[in-house]
Design a protein around this ligand. Structure first.
Ligand code: SAM
Length: 294
């Protein structure tokens, strides 16, 4: 299993939120919600690889009104942590929350949202009935983990359901460390190769994800728009950014070591990066993609 920790998802969430804020001007999500809802009272949304619900926390306020979400993931630890991640967010946003068996609901500030949690392995054949009852199919930080074959299956399923598709935060393959240091290029080459390894869905698309999905969706008749949602992490911004930079340095080194155990210069690269961490900035290129049927 390709496991993501609750700590990592919580650490990256503010950077994800800021990155998606930068892309949000390119998509009229309230208008999209009104169109998708049609005559129905509730907008139905399926979130694939939901983790602890970060995508819900970004999208629900932007979509607005009455919503019914199904949050799907194969990791029981993340699904179990989801209500705990929702509670403080609801408090901060002045929303009242009720947690029940297998789901929760929250409301206030022009929102009324019901959430069902679904434990399922998305690498297995899709349940067409599940897709068929949702108007918006979304995922954040998932598309770069999957294969071209998976994108084919998913987009065909979405088309059959006549659903809109929103893939947020897919890496585009660009990584910019400042200041640049010796070893950056070799490390990036090995890191990029590691990103393409099978994450449970076949060879991962990594930096090609948005391009492949956009072409596939366009061939199925979708109008496709995408916008940059880069992470900008600046060591001068304080403790949280330093912790994130350290996680990126150590995570990159772990991936590089797995990709090429003979690449011993990684230790020197980590030491040089950590020495300058407080004056380091890192941009990690991402894109958000929205596909709608005319
Ligand atoms: C990078 S995390 C993103 C989580 C969340 N969407 C977010 O933005 O914080 C990828 C998510 O995909 C889930 N995932 C990976 N492989 C999966 C599979 N085969 N079936 C279902 N979920 C999967 C992981 O458990 C994890 O929650």
């Amino acid at each position: 299993m390709n496991a993501f920790s609750t700590d990592w998802l919580a650490l990256r969430e503010p950077f994800d939120r800021e990155a998606r804020g930068a892309a949000s001007g390119s998509f009229d999500l309230a208008g999209l919600a009104a169109r998708l809802r049609g005559g129905d009272p509730a907008l139905t949304v399926l979130d694939l690889g939901c983790g602890t619900g970060a995508n819900l926390r970004v999208l629900a306020p932007r979509l607005g009104g009455v919503q019914r979400w199904t949050l799907a993931d194969h990791d029981p630890r993340l699904l179990a942590a989801l209500p705990g991640a929702m509670a403080p967010w609801c408090r901060t946003h002045g929303l009242s929350v009720v947690t029940g068996e297998g789901g929760l609901s929250f409301e206030g500030a022009g929102l009324k949202v019901e959430v069902e949690m679904l434990s399922c392995d998305l690498a297995q054949p899709f349940d067409a009935a599940l897709f068929g009852c949702h108007r918006l199919i979304t995922a954040s930080a998932l598309l770069d983990l999957v294969s071209a074959q998976w994108v084919d299956r998913l987009t065909r399923c979405a088309r059959d359901a006549e659903a809109a598709v929103l893939f947020a935060l897919s890496v585009d393959g660009s990584v910019e460390w400042r200041p640049a240091l010796s070893g950056d290029e070799d490390v990036h080459r090995l890191f990029a190769a590691h990103q393409r390894r099978d994450k449970g869905f076949g060879p991962a698309l990594a930096g090609d994800a948005v391009q492949v999905a956009a072409a596939r969706l366009a061939s199925l008749g979708y109008d496709v728009a995408h916008a940059a949602s880069d992470w900008h992490i600046d060591g001068r911004d304080g403790a949280h950014s330093i912790v994130m930079l350290r996680a990126m340095i150590e995570g990159t080194a772990a991936a590089v070591q797995k990709q090429d155990p003979a690449f011993t210069s990684i230790e020197g690269w980590v030491a040089r990066r950590l020495e300058r961490i407080e004056s380091t900035t890192l941009r990690v290129g991402h894109r958000d993609l929205l596909a709608t049927l005319p």
